[in-house]
Design a protein. Sequence first.
Length: 429
Amino acid sequence: MRFKFNKTYNHLWLLAFLLCVSAQQSFSQLYYSENIDENKYYLSLNSELGFNSNKLTNKFAGSFYKGQFLDYTMKTDAMNGLNTTYNILGYYFNTDLYVNIPGKKNNPPRRINYYAGFENHNLMELRFNRNFFHLFFFGNKDFTNQFLVLKNLSLNYLNFQQIKAGINKTWQKVSRKHVLTAGIGFNNGQSLQQYELPYGTIYTQKDAEFINVQMELGMKRSDTLNSKFGAENGWGFSADLGYTYQDESNLFQCQLEDIGFIRWKKNSQSYDKDTIVYFDGLEINNLIDINGETISGSSVDTILNAFAYAKTNSAFTEMIPMKMYLGYKRYFFKRWLSLSFSFNHYFFSLYRPQVRFVPALNIPVKNSVISISPSIEAGGYGRYNYGLGISAAVNKKFYIELQTAYINSYLFPKKSAGLGGFISIIKTL
């Protein structure tokens, strides 16, 4: 799975560092925001790009993606840092555009606002064990006369778009505000590829006279004839729910996003197989005259039959990654200082529960507030990451936020992992 990043990769790396954008898992602006006047029409644009791994470092991952030479020491150091059974990495690129439509204000103060928007999601996830890494980069020589165990391997590609609409209902009394959010979405499935190997073994005879392979294989993929942006290879629905409480010193948010599925169409493929292959090579009697019968012998047919995909097409249903988010912010010293704690998790994916701690210095400048906020996070696709962010709210009419969650991985690429970007812009109309 080698990506041709080259110049594009370098440009993204530089852009992410200069803009100080974050690869934290953001949520769409369909939910309440304290930084903009919800009584007005406004547009919001959010975009994020990220790569992270819980064990591989930026130095190794970047060299591999760019096709650079990986010497023995670099590969060995990377392998020594892996877990025996569970290593993951994730790559994602998400963008959304929303419009807020204010409703009528009632008395006592109640308001219903409406929103509509579009989202695009791109995701790649890989899970592998240490033996797979060893086999991939060093071959099977070190495992002769023993069983090489491969288990819990998976590779997932998912691209889909969403059209969403919903309501935000607000109840306010003095300085206390309660906001409920509910929305629905239509999901367009662009492309899906899922490959799973729950368990497998490879036995190489000591003198390399034969190889014995036993594998449990699983594969699901959408129609491969058309997988460009917007391709209609599946469809489904989703729902979003949220609750926000805010007063002068506290902000609490609870959200469930993308509770839904995609039904991939009948031209898709679903495949499961438990196979055993005994391979003792190809018998060649005449190197000068290698004809069809030798190459198409029983050994080759055995391998093809054991691992070839099923030729029958069928529809199937898959859940899309569903996000749960819990966040709490506390203001101090007349809102000059704030402390935020958050928890988020994506179900139906390899993403692990993530916690974040974000202190912020909020500096009032005329009708604006400029915030400087370092961050510490643990979990997700990575281990521990440290970042720094800058945001500005101008008279609740314009808001911009730029962050990076990966300061440590930029400064210490040989020890840390993480690369990506997040930017949010909101403007009243």
